[in-house]
Design a protein around this ligand. Sequence first.
Ligand code: NAD
Length: 317
Amino acid sequence: MNTDKRKVVLIGTGMVGMSFAYALVNQGGICNELVLIDVNKERANGEAMDLNHGLAFAKSNMRIYAGDYHDCKDADIIVIAAGVAQKEGESRLDLLQRNTEVFRSIITPVVKSGFDGIFLVATNPVDIMTRVTYELSRFGASRVIGTGTSLDTARLRYLLGDYFTVDPKNIHAYVIGEHGDSEFVPLSQVMLATKPVLTILEDDRNNYCRKDMERIEEQVRTAAYKIIEAKRATYYGIGMALARIVKAILGDENSVLTVSAKLCGEYGERHVFIGVPTIIGRNGVKEIVELDLTDEEKEKFSKSVQLLDEYFEGLKL
Ligand code: NAD
């Protein structure tokens, strides 16, 4: 009997959800059962058919089907990419309130099914929606994760790798804070191999300068706006980030990823869910890695926390 069942339920089979599903199928070996749920059942059915027809070309076999909330009971991970789009003239808070109602219609039946795994949220604003998931599910904080600044961090490492002409795998850098306008790069923590980038900037002024670091940080912060301007939405990158996090969980990797996790005294903060380097394994959050920030970086971080707190407080749960 195959006891190595790794079952993922995806709720929300739109562009982000299906980019994640497509990444799972093509990378192969991450999970062996994938259930698709959407309020638009016909869409979920069509997506399941389409993916199944590609399985003959995939690396490993997977059971893929459109299901319902009963299928969540024995799942390992619930990935949520369901959401509603902003209407014209609607404030960010109004949108947040509508997405909270969407989440209520999702989390309640998932919990009722007897689900006992890990929630992974991609819906924006992701830090708030992850906190909403935590509040509605009443799961332990280690089992509720958002994609946070994982994609922003991947973008940063790519751009720094390009700038220094070094494989991004050898650039150790994080974007932290809200996945949004108040996110930032703690430059004091950026390393090329084990050498601080601040030292490199100091030692090689002819080739590198701090202004370029600021330009790269801005490019990361505005990347989503640029993509949306060009093609209306972003989905491949976040789909791949979701697949990476799922792989870290199901593979019990203890990998460090900048997910949205609940702070419990780290950085002097509590309650808020925010993008921070976090060790991710089979039980979700194993530990939040607390970076040694400068005073200026601490201030930026606490501003981001404050902003997220204010938005959350404005919600009717
Ligand atoms: P989309 O409109 O293509 O898909 C949303 C899906 O959610 C639709 O299929 C819709 O039917 C479904 N849905 C709506 N209400 C539902 C409900 N009550 N139950 C089940 N399903 C429901 O949108 P998208 O482009 O896939 O984006 C999804 C979310 O991901 C958005 O909130 C977007 O802002 C977010 N996003 C996050 C990141 C990130 O870095 N975290 C990046 C890109 C997009």
